[in-house]
Design a protein around this ligand. Sequence first.
Ligand SMILES: C[S@@+](CC[C@H](N)C(=O)[O-])C[C@H]1O[C@@H](n2cnc3c(N)ncnc32)[C@H](O)[C@@H]1O
Length: 290
Amino acid sequence: MSITNNRITMSADQFAKMAKIIYDRSGIHFPDSKKYIIESRLSQRVAELEMENFDQYIGYLTMGPYQTEEFQEMFNRITINETSFFRNDSQLDVFENQILPELLESRASKKRLRIWSAACSTGEEPFTLAMLIHRTLGVRLSDWRIEILGTDISEKAINVANEGRYTSYAVRTTTSLMKNRYFKQDGRDFVLDDTIRSMVNFEKHNLKDTMAAKRHGTWDVIFCRNVLIYFDDDMKAGVLSMFNNQLAADGTLFIGHSERIKTLTDQFTQLQIPQGFCYQKTDHVTTKGS
Ligand SMILES: C[S@@+](CC[C@H](N)C(=O)[O-])C[C@H]1O[C@@H](n2cnc3c(N)ncnc32)[C@H](O)[C@@H]1O
């Protein structure tokens, strides 16, 4: 019987099978050292389904019709959704003060700007970008068509984003000035201003699904921070290639400050902006430089 302290335990073999299922569907790579995460987060689920062990759960996921809802439930539980408003502000300074002004100039005739926050978790990142754009454009905002899309594989996270209601933990690195300007306090919660909420749309999206990414068309800026770390090199390379297809010729890709992509692709070249961790298409950078 695989139950210890009322918890259903997972053998090394069961972990290997679960890790493969998760990787095949999402690209999320769980090395052996992270077995405890899968075990602790899914054993409760196995019990809820009144199953006795992980073998039954694995059978449920892999045999018979595709268990769309169960996969969703599983992703809701196994993903790490850590985020906050104004996360890594030095990088956001680069966006606001260097990348955004250039884009506003180059898009001045069409007055349309499209930004994708890929794997946005509970929405703090795309809402932060909306605040920065709102602050930059001021009254000119109504002249522009600003489209900001936040996507994530976790439906639970997307539901939180759609609520626009946050705990003090989410705004822990937000200045009082920005808190006063863009949030209303309701008890212990921080409720986001409707103007900012209306600037962002959310959708469930799995970065492994390149066809779905195509449907969204071309983006001027893609933020994909603190997500690639969960993928192996093959998945990272696939995602980067998809970003390359979906990014405008002069668009910019922002990744997390601890993430490196140089050895994975030659399609992107890092911009020489300290603390930017931002990239443009190699063709574009070469043309600009020549
Ligand atoms: C640590 S959070 C990063 C949130 C935000 N980008 C930031 O930097 O604050 C990582 C997010 O990646 C999402 N994620 C993991 N694998 C994904 C996939 N294959 N497709 C889409 N989102 C994924 C998780 O659900 C999680 O919300």
